[in-house]
Design a protein around this ligand. Structure first.
Ligand code: PEP
Ligand code: MN
Length: 339
């Protein structure tokens, strides 16, 4: 249930009302927006009579929320959430580009790519150290060494780091290595123990949509993270499985307006994994800006032909420069600020 409070509701009376609700075993999601103050009630609200709520002088209106996601629900929090990743803002009008190689391969590769993407306008550096590969015989990533190398790049460019976590046991390492944003990959979107574990950190999370997940399933996974106390979740559409075989996946652009209606969380698009082919990435990136995304994740490699993973979909630094030159005025045209 959501309870909309009156504009001038005295704080003391609001506190008393909240105490009464908590005494009934309910958890309160307090959201004070630009012009609304909403209490989102989480728990078994069946016993809470609407007439009793409405009788309280601090209450303007109340409404039952049928969706299973609560903390992520826009009805609980009408304003856009802005997630701050090491000083880089995503959401609420702030647009962020995360770029870098699929996998970190060596120091010169990650440092060179980081410098190039930073110069082109990417505020966050992506790179995979622990890689989820379909085949156990494929390159699995440099693991802990990859995180060290990303930090070497960060020392040069100052870009906050985004990298994928696949295992609860690696969380202390990720905290020690000061990973700025933890990526939960498509394959782990419903690894609920992993979601709960990152929910117990306060590190921002980039939650990628599962290969065949519905939007409600994606938002429920965000709810798992938020229910543990971490509100800093960014959703990422990265293409889904359909009957189409000419591309790696099908980019679901319609997910952006729908997710924005369902939730207040920022939504970014990863056109690289969606298309799987580099030539499509610029068009899809432009479409992502136009459809209202809050950011992009793009794979860039200094030598895509020799990349240890996802070379076919990686842009060269020159191609990334050209794309950013097109995107910058477009982002502005659509009323967002690139940071
Ligand atoms: C990646 O970002 O390199 C990756 C493996 O992404 P996804 O989980 O979307 O496949
Ligand atoms: Mn990749």
């Amino acid at each position: 249930m959501i309870v909309v409070l009156k504009h001038n509701a005295p704080e003391e009376q609001v506190r008393e009302f909240c105490a009464e609700l908590e005494a009934m075993g309910l958890q309160i999601n307090d959201s004070k927006g630009s012009d609304t103050h909403i209490l989102g009630l989480i728990g078994d609200t069946k016993a809470v009579a609407e007439s009793w709520v409405l009788a309280n002088p601090v209450v303007d209106t109340c409404r039952r929320v049928s969706e299973p996601y609560k903390k992520a629900n826009r009805k609980f929090h009408p304003d856009d959430t802005v997630v701050d990743v090491g000083g880089v803002k995503i959401g609420g009008g702030h647009f962020a580009v995360m770029a870098g190689p699929c996998s970190v391969e060596c120091e010169s590769q990650i440092v060179e790519v980081a410098q190039r993407v930073k110069a082109a306008g990417a505020s966050l550096l992506r790179g995979g150290a622990f890689k989820p590969r379909t085949s156990p015989y494929s390159f699995q990533g440099l693991r802990a060494e990859g995180l060290d190398l990303m930090n070497k790049a960060k020392a040069v460019t100052g870009q906050p780091l985004v990298t994928e976590l696949m295992n609860n046991e690696h969380i202390p390492l990720f905290l020690e290595e000061k990973v700025d944003m933890i990526q939960i990959g498509a394959r782990n979107m419903q690894n609920f123990e992993l979601l709960k574990a990152v929910g117990r950190t306060n590190v921002p999370v980039l939650l990628k949509r599962g290969l065949s997940s519905t939007l409600e399933e994606l938002v429920m996974s965000a709810e798992y993270i938020m229910a543990e106390g971490n509100p800093n979740v960014v959703l990422c559409e990265r293409g889904i499985r359909t009957f189409e075989t000419s591309m790696r996946n099908t980019l679901d652009l319609a997910a952006v307006p729908m997710l924005k209606k369902m939730t207040h969380l920022p939504v970014v698009i990863d056109p690289s994994h969606a298309a799987g082919i580099a030539f499509m990435v610029p068009s899809l990136a432009q479409a992502a800006v136009a459809v209202g995304a809050d950011g992009l994740m793009i794979e860039v490699h200094n030598n895509p032909a020799k990349a240890k993973s996802d070379g076919a979909q990686s842009l060269t630094p020159d191609q990334f420069d050209a794309l950013m030159a097109v995107l910058k005025p477009e982002i502005e045209f659509f009323g967002k600020k690139l940071n």
